[in-house]
Ligand binder design. Structure first.
Ligand SMILES: [Zn+2]
Length: 146
C-alpha cells in the first residue's frame, strides 16, 4: 500500500532537478566548445564535398570512357546536382553555427530569435546551433515552403 503514490512523485522531482542542474553547463562553458567542434565537422564535410565537385565528372570520365551511356550521364548529373544541394545545405549550416557562436559572444545564445523566450536546454543539447525554439522553427520552415 505504501509507495503507491510516492514513486511517481519522487521520479518527477528527480527528473526536474537533474534537468535544472544540466542546463547550467551548456549555458556557460558548453556551447562554444560544441559549436566549435560542430563547425569543424561541417567545414570538413564541405571541403570534402567541394574537392569532389571540383574533381567531379572530368576526373571520373577517363575511367569510364567506354560507358558514356545516357543513363550514366544522367546519374552523373544527378550526383552533381545532389552534391550542389548538399554544398548549399552545408554552407547555410555553417552560417547558422557562425551565427550561434556570435550569439554566445553577445550573450544572446539560448534565446529564441522568433519569440524571445529561452530555448529549452535539451533542444540546445541536441542542436547547439538552434536559434529558435521548436515552434518558431516550425513556423519559419512552413513559411519558407510557401
Ligand atoms: Zn520561439
Amino acid at each position: 500500500m505504501h509507495g503507491a503514490n510516492v514513486p511517481h512523485c519522487g521520479d518527477l522531482r528527480l527528473y526536474a532537478r537533474g534537468r535544472r542542474r544540466r542546463s547550467l553547463t551548456p549555458m556557460t562553458i558548453g556551447p562554444q566548445h560544441r559549436l566549435k567542434a560542430l563547425r569543424a565537422e561541417i567545414a570538413d564535410d564541405l571541403a570534402r564535398d567541394e574537392a569532389e565537385l571540383a574533381a567531379g565528372p572530368e576526373g571520373r570520365a577517363e575511367d569510364t570512357t567506354q560507358s558514356q551511356h545516357p543513363a550514366d550521364v544522367a546519374s552523373d548529373l544527378f550526383e552533381r546536382e545532389s552534391r550542389l544541394t548538399m554544398d548549399r545545405r552545408l554552407r547555410s549550416e555553417l552560417d547558422t553555427v557562425d551565427d550561434a557562436m556570435r550569439r554566445v559572444r553577445e550573450g544572446t545564445y539560448g534565446t529564441c530569435q522568433g519569440c524571445g523566450r529561452s530555448i529549452p536546454p535539451e533542444r540546445l543539447e541536441a542542436l547547439p546551433q538552434a536559434v529558435r525554439c521548436v515552434e518558431c522553427q516550425r513556423r519559419e520552415e512552413h513559411q519558407a515552403r510557401i
